[in-house]
Design a binder for this molecule. Structure first.
Ligand code: ZN
Ligand code: ZN
Length: 148
């Protein structure tokens, strides 16, 4: 049985209500890239930068970082912290709801898994403290078989 959540506004709905945070062409380009690639892919800023350069976009890595951070804040992307300084980004979408990550801190290999127990534990903790639950995810860090 899946845990049920109160309806939260979709990122797009939220975005439409936030003045001054419109999707500039640059932001839209990055978001389009994620949408083309689809959910369940975990990309680094360098990956995104490389793909933008391939599609003839002249953009600096620093700008890509800024854009990614902003898209995370706006609720379009989810940021995963791998290890010291390593970050991956993925599309937040309704077709790919709450899932958890098993991350190799050495090579960055990222596997997804689902666990209703984790989702429920988050829901219980939130209920107990009177929090409105937005997300309940677990990041597990370790070493993959190739890196042990
Ligand atoms: Zn994921
Ligand atoms: Zn590894």
């Amino acid at each position: 049985m899946k845990a049920s959540f109160a309806k939260v506004p979709t990122p797009l709905e939220l975005e439409l209500h936030q003045e001054g945070r419109r999707l500039t062409p640059q932001r839209k380009k990055v978001l389009d890239l994620f949408q083309r690639i689809g959910g369940g892919k975990h990309l680094s800023a360098e990956d995104i930068h490389g793909k933008l350069i391939q599609s003839k976009s002249r953009v600096s890595l620093a700008t890509v970082y800024r854009t990614l951070r902003l898209l995370v804040k706006m609720g379009f992307l989810h940021e995963l912290e791998l290890s010291e300084g390593g970050h991956r980004f993925e599309l937040l979408s309704q077709d790919h709801p709450d899932h958890h990550h098993l991350v190799c801190v050495n090579c960055g290999r990222t596997e997804e898994f689902e666990s209703d127990q984790v989702v429920l534990a988050g829901k219980e903790a939130a209920d107990k403290q009177g929090f409105k639950l937005l997300e309940s995810t677990l990041n597990v860090r370790g070493l993959c078989p190739d890196c042990i």
